[in-house]
Design a protein around this ligand. Structure first.
Ligand code: UN1
Length: 498
């Protein structure tokens, strides 16, 4: 343990210990003997310190011209480019996903950073004519104040960037609580922000548990906005906590995303997409392709090919460039995945086509590895069709027609992402219109969103907001409509002009 680094909280521009004096370990899910770092086990006192710092910093940060704020964001993105490899390796070590994916995660933070740099000189409001003479009307965005950000472990830098960069460019200040499984990636990111010259107090990081850090953060009355990505249950509690005093609340929660394969699809292309959508990030994406809805004419060919490809995936330590799929994030999540596999086999009565177990023996015993798992004969009443698993499990359900396939796609409490594989443009457009989700793909899997489009979902996935793109600005700002009367007399709208 002697050479394990202890990481601090960052509050008011200083790297500080938690007031608790306690720490927790962050271990590599591919090898539990590997301690990635030791982090502050913070509590409400630390949260209050961070909020006080953010409150003070807001007074000046909101007045910094947005193009000047953008210069700092540009420096953050530039430094992230330079550090990309180190950041990706740290991320694989703490989160487990393979290096090419953690490079993608860091890249997403870079892309979003540069995108928001542009918003320093846009952030458009608009002017519009007045209904009265000698009167000028316009509207513009204003920041909210302190934003409390609670971020997940599956995209340890990308998702924090989706929240931090728009909040900052708009002039808000931040207290962020990273997931306990992946605090290092956010600490690394905040260190880069410090080096890029972000003033003290503008961004504060407090590490620790949901109960001791997330809870007081979401309940604090000085926090104007909570942005959360994680489970639907926690999202509901945050929503309730914010509702009592009408504080802004942005939630991005679960998914049960489907790939719909029609009988005219390019099957090899669909299998490529299904494999990547289901087992990329070990299935630990909100957007993971966890349901395959396949037309009966092609279900045999599709199933045989997908199962053969799933069996051939190399599972192991994500730092090994030859590995296709890394471990599950932690023991408890692995047990959840194994529990769902058991439900699929024994309660639902689905047909296990491959996988279905924890990988053991040799190096596997040191990590939380599960096999790529495919279930067949899955019907819409089954638990594994309805509930989010968040692991290396996907299911195949047969449909007899296009209409039935669309109904099955929509037969879920969630609404994040969906896709169709077809060569028929009419079916592609019909599905695009009729599948009710926030994200839709044609001839591509359910994962792979780009940062300049809105990201989020309908039904139990979200609460009507989107992050990334211009839509992401709406989460962290309010509109202000301004009327300037230069007539020199009282003019009553709706009355004097009618
Ligand atoms: C997630 O699914 O949890 O769209 C985030 C994607 C990534 C982000 C995924 N750009 O696949």
């Amino acid at each position: 343990m002697a050479d394990v680094t202890e990481y601090k909280n960052y509050i008011n521009g200083e790297w500080v210990n938690s007031r608790t004096g306690e720490t927790f370990e962050n271990r590599n899910p591919a090898n539990i003997d590997d301690v990635v770092g030791v982090f502050q086990k913070s509590n409400e006192d630390d949260v209050n310190d961070a909020i006080a710092a953010a409150k003070e910093a807001y007074k000046s940060w909101r007045l910094v011209p947005a193009p000047k704020r953008a210069e700092i964001l540009n420096g953050i993105a530039d430094r992230t480019v330079k550090e990309k490899e180190r950041l990706s390796r740290d991320m694989t070590r703490e989160m487990g996903k393979v290096l090419k994916e953690t490079r993608g995660d860091v890249q997403e933070a870079i892309d979003l950073g540069y995108y928001m740099v542009g918003e320093g000189r846009r952030q458009f409001g608009y002017t519009t004519p007045s209904e009265l003479p000698n009167k000028f009307n316009m509207c513009m965005r204003q920041p909210l104040g302190i934003c409390g950000l609670i971020t997940p472990w599956n995209f340890p830098m990308a998702i924090p960037s989706w929240k931090m960069m728009p909040a900052l460019i708009l002039g808000n200040t931040i207290v962020i609580k990273p997931a306990t499984d992946t605090p290092l990636s956010v600490v690394n990111y905040v260190k880069i922000m410090e080096e890029a010259g972000l003033p003290p107090g503008v961004v504060n990081i407090v590490t620790g548990s949901g109960r001791n850090v997330g809870e007081p953060l979401m309940r604090h009355k000085d926090v104007s906005c909570i942005s959360f990505t994680g489970s639907t249950d926690v999202g509901r509690r945050i929503s309730e906590a914010c509702a009592t005093d009408f504080r802004h609340c942005h939630l991005e929660m679960g998914g049960k995303n489907c790939i719909f394969v029609m009988n005219d699809a390019d099957i090899d292309l669909a299998v490529d997409g299904a494999l990547w959508g289901a087992f990329g990030t070990t299935g630990q994406r909100c957007t993971a392709s966890s349901r395959m809805i396949v037309h009966k004419d092609v279900i045999k060919e599709f199933t045989d090919k997908l199962v053969a490809r799933a069996k051939a995936l190399k599972v192991g330590d994500g730092l090994d460039e030859s590995v296709d799929m890394g471990p599950t994030i932690n023991e408890s999540q692995m047990n959840t995945v194994l529990k769902y596999i058991d439900i699929g086999k024994n309660k639902d009565g689905a047909k296990l086509l491959c996988g279905g177990e924890r990988l053991t023996g040799g190096k596997y015993d040191k990590g939380f590895f599960t096999m790529p798992t495919v279930f067949g004969d899955v019907t819409s009443d089954m638990t594994i069709f309805q509930e989010e698993i968040f692991g290396s499990v996907t299911s195949i359900t047969e449909c007899a027609s296009f209409e039935e396939g669309i109904d099955l796609c929509n037969n879920t409490a969630y609404g994040l992402s969906a896709s169709i594989y077809t060569r028929d443009i009419n079916k592609a457009f019909s599905a695009m219109r009729d599948v009710y989700t926030g994200i839709f793909y044609v001839n591509a899997p359910t994962i792979g969103a780009e940062v300049h489009l809105p990201f989020g979902g309908v039904k139990n996935t979200g609460n009507g907001h989107r992050e990334a793109g211009i839509a992401g600005l709406d989460v962290f700002s309010e509109w202000k409509s301004v009327y300037i009367d230069f007539s020199g007399k009282i003019q009553r709208a709706q009355i004097d002009n009618n």
